[in-house]
Write a protein that binds this ligand. Structure first.
Ligand code: FDA
Length: 299
């Protein structure tokens, strides 16, 4: 069954876009900022925080990257005017990393500076391994002047233990996740149990060093391990947070929230929903299976 599911996930690119659209509704607030605001209000009313992501990546001209900067500035305005409990997540390639690193740095700096004005925070998402070094460089350069910026580490990357050692000395604010891109074995672990062990190892080191960690997983075994570390280090609720994706494992999310843990939901919105949806769907072959079934039964 596992192999069939995997195979179905890989045939997803053949699925008509409108069908992907139907299934991706769960994972995306909608095409507009207003859609994101609506979702965030819902979460906030349940005591859950959010981080807003404007969908898009691999921007290949400066004009488009600058438009993305402007869109993020509008997001801060909306957060302020609706008094939302939300920060933002950004992707360096969306802001021009593949065009020019210095240009990307300045774009991210503009967003972080605007966030500072509103006493808000910017999380730099981590993309595939070709971006890791540049993303860490940009983050560390920003961190010299701003304390409202954080980054992401992926436990599937072989380099992450070394990155943890560098970043914990700087008391960086980090999101820790498994990692979602398809990476070569040379740079990333392939065995899910090693990825989980590395997640635990890195989390323990970061929490032990007093770093604020966004514990980003829906994996209940890792969540149990995180809870055990929170207990071991006697952490207060405001010294860490759990993070989950919109539309994934709502029940587990509610269990953690009811137990009093801080929870932040990643709320993506925007016109470029297709690439994001395909990643989410490939990640969960059971959904891929129901899409294919749906096509055939409808047909
Ligand atoms: P795992 O994939 O093992 O999932 C555990 C369980 O969760 C599954 O058994 C299933 O029940 C459920 N589940 C997981 N995904 C699901 C889905 N799509 N639909 C339905 N159920 C699902 N990655 C990255 O490379 N860079 C980044 O910057 C980020 N940022 C980020 C932010 C936040 C808030 C989260 C939660 C995740 C990310 N990720 C990410 C993605 C992350 O790397 C990872 O791919 C996913 O979180 C899935 O991994 P889990 O740890 O949840 O385990």
């Amino acid at each position: 069954m596992f192999l069939i599911n995997k195979l179905l996930a890989w045939t997803l690119p053949l699925v008509p876009k409108f069908i992907v659209g139907i299934f991706s509704k769960k994972y995306i607030a909608g095409p507009t900022l207003n859609d994101a605001i609506k979702k965030i209000k819902e979460f906030n009313s349940k005591g859950i925080m959010a981080t807003v992501d404007i969908l898009g990546e691999e921007t290949n001209n400066k004009e488009d990257a600058l438009k993305v900067v402007d869109e993020y500035l509008q997001v801060f305005e909306a957060i302020e005017s609706y008094q939302l409990d939300s920060n933002v997540s950004i992707k360096p390639t969306h802001l021009g990393l593949k065009i020019d690193k210095e240009f990307c740095y300045h774009n991210i700096r503009t967003i972080v500076k605007e966030a500072q004005k509103y006493n808000n925070f910017v999380r730099i998402d981590m993309e595939d391994h070709t971006c890791t070094t540049d993303t860490i460089d940009i983050f560390l350069q920003l961190k010299e002047n701003f304390n409202n910026v954080g980054m992401v580490l992926q436990s599937y990357l072989r380099r992450t233990i070394d990155d943890v050692n560098t970043l914990l000395e700087k008391k960086a604010n980090l999101r820790l996740c498994k990692g979602i891109y398809i990476e070569p074995r040379l740079v990333a672990y392939k065995d899910p149990s090693i990825i989980s062990e590395n997640f635990k190892y890195c989390l323990e080191k970061l929490l032990g060093a007093g770093c604020y960690v966004g514990i980003a997983t829906h994996d209940e075994k890792l969540i149990w391990h995180a809870l055990s570390q929170i207990d071991k280090f006697n952490l207060k609720k405001e010294e860490y947070e759990f993070q989950m994706l919109l539309g994934v494992t709502d029940e587990l999310r509610n269990i953690l929230v009811s137990a009093g843990h801080r929870m932040r939901i990643y709320v993506p919105f925007g016109q470029q929903w297709y690439a994001y949806s395909m990643r989410r769907l490939k990640e969960n072959p059971n959904i891929a299976r129901s899409i294919i079934k749906n096509i055939f039964t409808k047909g």
